[in-house]
Design a protein around this ligand. Sequence first.
Ligand code: ADP
Ligand code: MG
Length: 606
Amino acid sequence: MSKIRMLDQQTANSIAAGEVVERPASVVKELLENSLDAAASVISLEINRGGVGLIRLVDNGSGMDEEDALLAFSRHATSKLQQITDLDELVTYGFRGEALASIAAVAKVTLETRQATSSQGTRLVIEGGQLLEQQKSGSPAGTTITVENLFYNVPARYKFLRKDATEAGHIAQICERIALARPDVSFRLFNNGQEILHTPGNNDLLSAVYAVFGAKTAKACLPLANEEGALAVSGYVADPATNRASRDQQFFYVNGRPVRSRVMTAALDEAYKTKLMKGRQAVAVLFLHLPTQLVDINVHPQKLEVRFWNDSEVFRLVYHAVKSALGDGGSILAQTGPGPGQKEQADKSLPWTDGEEKKGQEPMPEEAAALPPVYQQPELLFKEDLPPVAQRPVVQEGEPDPKEAVKATRLTDARLVGTLFATYILLELDQSLLLLDQHAAHEKIIFERLVARHRRHLAEGELLVQDLLVPAVVDLGRREMQTVTAEEAQLARLGFVLTPMGANSVAIRSIPDTGERRLDPEPALRQALAALQQDILQADDAIEEFFYQMACKAAVKANDLLDESQIRQLLLDLARLDDPYHCPHGRPVIISMTKYELEKRFRRIV
Ligand code: ADP
Ligand code: MG
C-alpha cells in the first residue's frame, strides 16, 4: 500500500496556520495590524485566559462589505498587495492575506463589520475553517473580531502554550510595542476584565510612553534626535537612574515597524555602559528612519529581524544620539558631524587597520573601538566597491538588488589557502583574503539548525531529540525542581524528557539533538532551566540564547585540527546561511582583507 497521502484541506490549513499563529500573541498582532491597515484611530482589545479563551478586538476602521468579509477568510486573499512587485514598497503591515484564514482554521471566529457608508453590516461565524453563520447585522461602523477557543483543534500546539499569565504578558508586550509605534491611535487592552493599557491617541509620543511605562519612567525620559546623511533617529531614553532588570522596556522601530536589532541594542548598551550597574538595562524607545533600500526587514510574520546595509553607520548614529541625550555631549560634534566633504572618512577606517592608524579617526570610546568589527564595517566581503551610503545612488529599477550582492554562496568558490593556529581558515576569493573563525562558523551553523528545527517543530510538531541509553541522574535545587515541574512541556519542546527521582533529582532521558557531538546532559539541562527562569517577556530571547549555548558546546573548538573535507563541509553549510557573517551575538565569523589593503600595508602602492 502506498504510504504517501495527500493531507486533507483541514490538516493542511492548520499546519500552515501554525506558521502564522504560534501563540495567542500572534493572533493579537495580526488583528491589530489589520485594524491599523484599515485606518482605525481607536482600537480596543479584550482578552481572557491568556487569549486562549477569548480575544476580542473592536476598531473604528474602514470596515468591510459582505463580499469582502467572506473573502477575507480565504487564504491569500488580501486587499493590500496587487502584484509581487509591490513588496518593495509595502506600506501596510499585512500583505500575505493569510492571517484571518489561519486564525479561523484553529479557532472559532466571529466577525462583525460595517462600512460607514453602508446602513447594514455583516456578521460571520467561522470555526475550524468552516462557515457556520452568515447574516446581516446592525454592527457599528468598523470591525469587531472575536476569537474563541484558540487551538481547540490543534492539541500539539495547545499543549505547548505557557501559563495564561505568560501568554497575557506576551500579548501586553505586543500591544505596547504597537501602541508606542502609533501614538496617533488610541489603544486599550483589558485582561480578564481589567484595563491594563490605555493610550490617548493624541499623536504625542511622550503621552504614549507615559501610558505604557507609567508616570515615573515617563518623567525620567529624555528626548533624543540625531541625523546623519539619509539616516535619522529619534525617540526617548530614560535617565540611567531609571532602569530595569530586563530589556522589557526597550523598543526599537525601523521606518515605523517594530524590530529587534542587535546593532541598535549594542549601540544603546554601549552608550549606557558606564552608567548602569551590571545586569541592569536601559529604558528606550528608538525610531530609526532610513531609505528602504538600505535596510532588509524580514517580512516573515514571526520575524522582527532587520539587517542594515551598513551596521556601522546605524551603530554610530544611535550611539551618539543616546550619548548626547544623556548629556555626554563631549566631542559629539567632532564625532558625528563631519562636514559634507569628510563624510566618507569614518567608512575608510577599516576594522583590521591597526590601532595606531585608527586612533583619532574612529572616535568611539575605547570599549566601542574594541567592539566587534561587525559594527564598524559589516559584510564587507562583497561590497567594498560600493561608495559610502551618502554617495551611493538610489537603486534604480532593473538594477540587481544590492542585497543579493552579499549572498555568501560564493564562499564555496574560494580557494582554500590553509589553516592558521588550528583556529582560522584562510581563503582566497576574488581579490581578497578571507579569514574564518572555525569555532564561530560552526557554532553559527549549529545555532541556525537548532532554530530552524525549533520552528519546524512549532509548525509541524516534528521533534528531534537524542535519547540517552543510560539516563543521567542530576541533583537539582528547589527552584530548579520547581521549573522542571512548571515547564515540563517547554522542556520537552527543547528536547529534554525528564523523570523526577524523589524531591531533589531528575533522570534525564533525552537531550536536544544538535546533529553534532553529543551534549553533556547535565550542564545542558541546567542551562535550559536557567533560560526558562528568565523574565517571561524575554522568553523567546532566552530560548535563542539557550540554542546559542548548545551550539557553542557542540561546535568544533579553536585548536581542533580540521581536515580538508571537514573544512569544505563547513564552507558549504556556511554558504547556505542567510547571514554567515555574524555569530548570534553579533561577533564576526568572517573577516576579510583586500589585496589593495595588503598592497598598501606593504607600501607597494601609496
Ligand atoms: P492581509 O492583512 O495580509 O491582507 P489578512 O488575512 O490579515 O491578510 O486580512 C485579509 C483582508 O481582510 C485584508 O486585506 C483586509 O482587506 C480585510 N480586513 C482584515 N481585518 C480588517 C479590519 N479590521 N478592518 C477592515 N478590513 C479588514
Ligand atoms: Mg493582516
